[in-house]
Write a protein that binds this ligand. Structure first.
Ligand SMILES: Nc1ncnc2c1ncn2[C@@H]1O[C@H](COP(=O)(O)OP(=O)(O)OP(=O)(O)O)[C@@H](O)[C@H]1O
Ligand SMILES: [Mg+2]
Length: 821
C-alpha cells in the first residue's frame, strides 16, 4: 500500500491539514512509489490504471485539474466510474492523501461500491477517505462538533416516525387538530422548510400571523424545534441543515474542514437540495485565516478553496418532492465561475434497444437539453412487454421469467424488480415465496419499523442519550409495569417545575410522592438504565442489548404471551441481537452510539444485508445509480406511473417520466415492462390503465406477450392498445384510452380458473404432503407435471417439478396449490 494511513491525518482528527504539495508529507515517503503500487487488474505494461480504457471525454474528466469541474451526461455513460477513477488517480498520483478526499454519494450502497472500486484500483484500503452519503458525512461532523452549539456528542437521530410521534403529541397538547393540522402534513412542511434552510424564526417573520392555522403551525414548529434540542436530538433534515448552520456560525470549525478536504466530489448532483448545496458551498470556501496561519507564514490567502467535482444528469432528477433543485446543476457554471464542463455521450451499460426506448421516453420532456444515449454494443434483445389480468398474474410472469433467465445461467443477483410504490411488493412477494425464488426487498427496511424493534431501540437510546424524552416515554411502560399516563404526566411536570430532565425526574422518583408500587417500578427501570449505561462504557453492544431486553422483561413478556404474534416478535428481538453481534464483528471498537448511528442511517436509506444470490426488489427511487443484467419494471400503469399524487402537481408528470427513464436505464441486457389490467390496492380492486409513457416507446422495440388467462379473449388489452402495429388504443398520448374517452377498457374474461391470489387467501398447508421424485402432481396454474427432486426440510421443502405445459418450476411444498395424482 502506498499510504500508511496511521501517519496521515487520522480520520478522527479533522484538525488542521495544510495543503499537501504533491508527493510530500506523510504517506508519500519517497521509495514507496511504483514498486509498492498494486492494481486490481492485470494491465499491459506501461498502462496507467487510472486512465486505462477510458474514452477521450472520460479521460479529460479524470485528469482535468482545476477548482471546479462539472460532468453532465446521460445514464450509464460512466459518470460514477469517472468519479471513482478520479479519486484513485489523485491518490495514486500523490496529489492528495486519502483523508483529504470527501466523496458524496446518494445511498450507503453506492458509497460502499465506490469505496470498493477505489480500493480495487489502489490495491488496498484507502483509509481515512470519506466516501459517504450527505447524512453520514454530517453525522460524523456533528458528533465531533455538536458541543459548539449546545448539543452533546451522544445526540440521537429522529427518523420520520419519531418525528411524527413527537409532532402528534404537540398537536394534541395544542389542540391543533381542529385546524386541520395532522402529524403528516406538519412534518412534511417542516421538512421542506428545513431543506430550504428556513428555521422557525425566519419562517415566522414572513408568515401571515393573522391566519390561525399559520400561527398554529409556527407554534408547532417552534415547539418541535425546542423539544428536539432538549432531547439532544436531530431529525434527518437537521443533520444537514445544522451542519451548515454550524459552519456559518463558527468559521474556525468550518475552516478545519475546508482545510482538510482538498477534493470534494459529489455524485448525483442533480438531486441535491438547497441545504445540501449550501453544505457544499461552505466546504468549498477558502478557509478564513486564523492567527496561527500568519505565524506559520501561510498568510491570509495561503490556502485555496477545495476543488469540487460534481456529476449529474438533469434527466434523472427525481427528488423534487424532497426539495431537490435541478438548478443546482444548470447554474453550476454561474455558482463556480471558471468551472470546466465535460459532456459524456457514449453509454457503456445498456443495449441500443434499451437506450432507444429511454431516449424516446425522455424526449417527451420539454425544457431539457437534447442528448441521445448510444451504445457500441448492438441492438440486443427486444424489450418484453406483458399485460397481466391482475397484479398476481403480473407477478407470476415476473417469477417465471426470472426462473427462465436463471435456468439460462443468469445469476439471481443480476436481476432486479422495480416498482413505484411499496404496496406493490405484496403480490410479488407472495408469488416469489410460493415459487421458492430467493429475493430481498431493498430499502424501507420494515424490520426497523416493527414495534418490538422500536421498543428495543427505545431502551438503547435511553441509555445513550438520557435527554431523549421520547425514547424514555416509549419504554416507560413497555412492557407493562403499572406506570399509567397519569404517572407519566406527573413525571413530566415534576421535571418541568424543577428544571430537571425527564430522566432525572425518574432518578428522583422517591420525591414525587407516588404509590410504593409505581415508585418501585420506576426505580427499577431507572437503575437498569444506569447499569446498562455503565456496561455501555466498557462492554460490547450485544451485551448491553441483552441486559436491557432481558432484565426489563421485554423479551420474556413476549415469550410468555398467548398471542401467537408475540412469538414472532420475540424472534425479531433475537434477530436484533444477531444484528448487534454482526456489528461487533465488523466494528470491533464500535460503541453503542456508533451502532445506533449506523442503524438510523442505514434503515432510512437502504439495506444492511448483502444481496448475493438473491433477486433485488426495490422502488424506482432506490434504483438510482444501480445497474442489473435484467430489469423488470412492474406496474407501468396510470395512477402508479405517473403516480396519481403527481398528476396535478406542476412538473409532476415530467418528474415521473424521469423516474421511468431512471428505471429503464438500469438494465444492461434485458428489460421487461409489465402491467396489470386490474390492481388490488387498499383492499379494493380497480381497473388499471396502461401508463401514458408506454406508448412513447416505439412499438418496434417491444414484443408484447399475452397472459395465459387472456389467450383467445377478444379485446385483450395489449391487442387493443399496445399491439405492434400502432397505438390505436390511445388518443393523443396524454392518458386517454380508447379514443380519448374515459371509458374503461372492456375487460377480457379469462377462462375460469383459480387465480393465484385466491389460493393464498385460503389457509393451505401441505406440510404433510409426501412427495418423491417421479410423483405426478397437478397445480392450479401450471397443470400437470412430474416431480424431479425434493430439497430442503420441514416447512422449507421445495419440489422441483417439470410441468407438461409450463416447464420447470420450483415450488414451496407447504403452500403450493398442488395435489398429488
Ligand atoms: N470507458 C468504459 N469502458 C467500459 N465500460 C465502461 C466505461 N465507462 C463506464 N463503463 C461501465 O458502464 C457502466 C455504467 O457506468 P456508470 O455507472 O459509471 O454510469 P453513470 O453515468 O454513473 O450512470 P447513472 O447515470 O445511471 O448513474 C458501468 O458498468 C461502468 O463500469
Ligand atoms: Mg452513476
Amino acid at each position: 500500500m502506498v499510504q500508511p494511513s496511521e501517519s496521515s491525518p487520522s480520520a478522527n482528527e479533522p484538525a488542521v491539514v495544510r495543503i499537501a504539495p504533491p508527493g510530500t508529507g506523510p504517506g508519500f515517503e519517497s521509495g514507496s512509489s511504483q514498486r509498492s503500487v498494486q492494481f486490481g487488474h492485470d494491465l499491459p505494461a506501461g498502462e496507467d490504471p487510472t486512465t486505462h480504457g477510458l474514452n477521450p471525454q472520460q479521460l479529460e474528466a479524470v485528469t482535468y485539474r482545476g477548482p471546479a469541474l462539472l460532468i453532465v451526461a446521460g445514464a450509464g455513460s460512466g459518470k460514477t466510474r469517472v468519479l471513482t477513477q478520479r479519486i484513485a488517480g489523485l491518490i495514486r498520483g500523490r496529489e492528495a492523501w486519502p483523508s483529504q478526499i470527501l466523496a458524496i454519494t446518494f445511498t450507503n450502497k453506492a458509497a460502499a461500491e465506490m469505496r470498493e472500486r477505489v480500493e480495487e484500483q489502489l490495491g488496498g484500503a484507502a483509509e481515512g477517505m470519506w466516501i459517504s452519503t450527505f447524512h453520514s458525512a454530517c453525522v460524523r461532523i456533528l458528533r465531533r462538533e455538536a458541543e459548539h452549539f449546545g448539543f452533546k456528542k451522544n445526540f440521537t437521530i429522529y427518523d420520520s416516525s419519531d418525528t411524527k410521534v413527537l409532532i402528534k403529541r404537540l398537536i394534541k397538547e395544542l389542540q391543533a387538530d381542529v385546524l386541520g393540522l395532522t402529524p403528516g402534513n406538519v412534518a412534511s412542511k417542516i421538512s421542506k422548510l428545513k431543506n430550504e434552510l428556513t428555521d422557525v424564526d425566519a419562517y415566522a417573520r414572513d408568515a401571515n400571523m393573522s391566519d390561525p392555522t399559520e400561527r398554529m403551525f409556527v407554534e408547532l414548529f417552534r415547539r418541535y424545534t425546542r423539544e428536539l434540542a432538549r432531547a439532544n436530538s436531530f431529525d434527518f433534515d437537521d443533520l444537514i441543515g445544522q451542519t451548515v448552520y454550524l459552519f456559518r456560525a463558527f468559521p474556525h470549525v468550518a475552516a478545519a474542514y475546508q482545510k482538510r478536504f482538498r477534493h470534494i466530489l459529489v455524485d448525483e448532483y442533480q438531486d441535491t437540495n438547497h441545504a445540501q448545496y449550501s453544505l457544499i458551498r461552505e466546504l468549498t470556501r477558502a478557509p478564513q485565516p486564523e492567527p496561527d496561519d500568519y505565524l506559520l507564514g501561510a498568510g491570509p490567502t495561503g490556502i485555496e478553496a477545495a476543488s469540487l467535482t460534481v456529476v449529474g444528469d438533469s434527466d434523472q432528477s427525481i427528488y423534487a418532492f424532497r426539495g431537490a433543485d435541478i438548478r443546482n446543476i444548470t447554474e453550476f457554471e454561474r455558482d463556480f465561475p471558471g468551472a470546466k464542463v465535460v459532456l459524456l455521450e457514449q453509454n457503456y451499460r445498456s443495449t441500443q434497444n434499451i437506450l432507444s426506448a429511454a431516449n424516446a421516453v425522455i424526449s417527451n420532456n420539454f425544457d431539457r437539453k437534447d442528448k441521445k444515449l448510444w451504445s457500441a454494443d448492438g441492438a440486443g434483445e427486444k424489450i418484453i412487454g406483458f399485460t397481466g389480468y391482475s397484479g398476481h398474474d403480473e407477478a407470476q410472469f415476473v417469477a417465471d421469467e426470472i426462473e427462465k433467465l436463471h435456468s439460462e445461467g443468469m445469476s439471481y443477483s443480476d436481476m432486479a424488480v422495480f416498482y413505484r410504490t411499496n404496496a406493490q411488493t405484496r403480490a410479488l412477494e407472495e408469488i416469489f415465496i410460493r415459487s421458492a425464488l430467493p429475493y430481498r426487498v431493498m430499502g424501507g427496511t420494515k424490520f426497523y419499523d416493527r414495534a418490538e424493534i422500536r421498543d428495543s431501540f427505545g431502551y438503547l437510546v435511553s441509555v445513550v442519550n438520557p435527554d431523549d424524552q421520547l425514547a424514555l416515554r416509549r419504554i416507560l411502560n413497555t412492557p407493562k409495569r403499572g406506570i399509567g399516563p397519569a404517572t407519566e404526566t406527573q413525571l413530566a411536570t415534576f421535571a418541568e417545575t424543577n428544571g430537571l430532565t425527564f430522566r432525572d425526574a425518574m432518578r428522583n422518583v422517591e420525591g414525587l410522592g407516588l404509590g410504593p408500587k409505581v415508585t418501585g417500578s420506576i426505580r427499577a427501570l431507572s437503575d437498569l438504565l444506569d447499569e446498562a449505561a455503565e456496561l455501555a462504557d466498557t462492554g460490547v453492544v450485544a451485551d448491553v442489548l441483552t441486559l436491557l431486553v432481558t432484565r426489563s422483561g421485554l423479551l420474556e413478556t413476549l415469550r410468555n404471551s398467548r398471542d401467537p404474534q408475540d412469538e414472532a416478535r420475540a424472534e425479531n428481538i433475537e434477530e436484533l441481537q444477531a444484528v448487534t453481534k454482526e456489528f461487533e464483528k465488523n466494528n470491533p471498537d464500535g460503541t453503542l452510539i456508533d451502532f445506533l448511528t449506523e442503524v438510523s442511517l442505514v434503515a432510512a436509506a437502504d439495506d444492511l444485508d448483502d444481496t448475493s444470490g438473491t433477486v433485488s426488489l426495490m422502488t424506482l427511487h432506490t434504483a438510482k445509480g444501480l445497474e442489473y443484467e435484467a430489469v423488470f419494471l412492474t406496474g407501468i400503469e396510470e395512477d402508479l406511473l405517473p403516480h396519481k399524487m403527481s398528476a396535478n402537481e406542476p412538473g409532476g408528470p415530467a418528474e415521473e417520466r424521469r423516474l421511468f427513464y431512471v428505471g429503464i436505464t438500469r438494465a444492461r441486457k434485458r428489460l421487461f415492462l409489465s402491467l396489470a389490467m386490474t390492481r388490488a390496492q387498499f383492499g379494493e380492486t380497480a381497473v388499471a390503465m396502461p401508463s401514458r409513457y408506454l406508448q412513447e416507446i416505439p412499438a418496434e422495440l417491444i414484443e408484447w406477450r399475452q397472459s395465459p388467462g387472456m389467450v383467445n379473449s377478444r379485446g385483450g388489452q395489449q391487442s387493443r392498445a399496445l399491439n405492434s402495429t400502432g397505438r390505436r388504443g390511445f388518443s393523443n398520448g396524454r392518458g386517454g384510452y380508447g379514443g380519448g374517452s374515459d371509458q374503461p377498457p372492456a375487460l377480457p374474461r379469462p377462462e375460469k380458473k383459480a387465480w393465484p391470489n385466491q389460493v393464498t387467501n385460503q389457509v393451505r398447508d401441505n406440510s404433510t404432503l409426501e412427495l418423491v421424485p417421479g410423483d405426478r402432481i397437478t397445480h392450479v396454474d401450471f397443470g400437470e407435471g412430474r416431480v424431479q427432486q425434493v430439497t430442503g426440510e420441514g416447512a422449507k421443502r421445495i419440489a422441483h417439478v417439470i410441468f407438461d405445459a409450463a416447464g420447470p418450476k420450483k415450488l414451496l411444498i407447504k403452500i403450493a396449490p398442488i395435489e398429488k395424482i
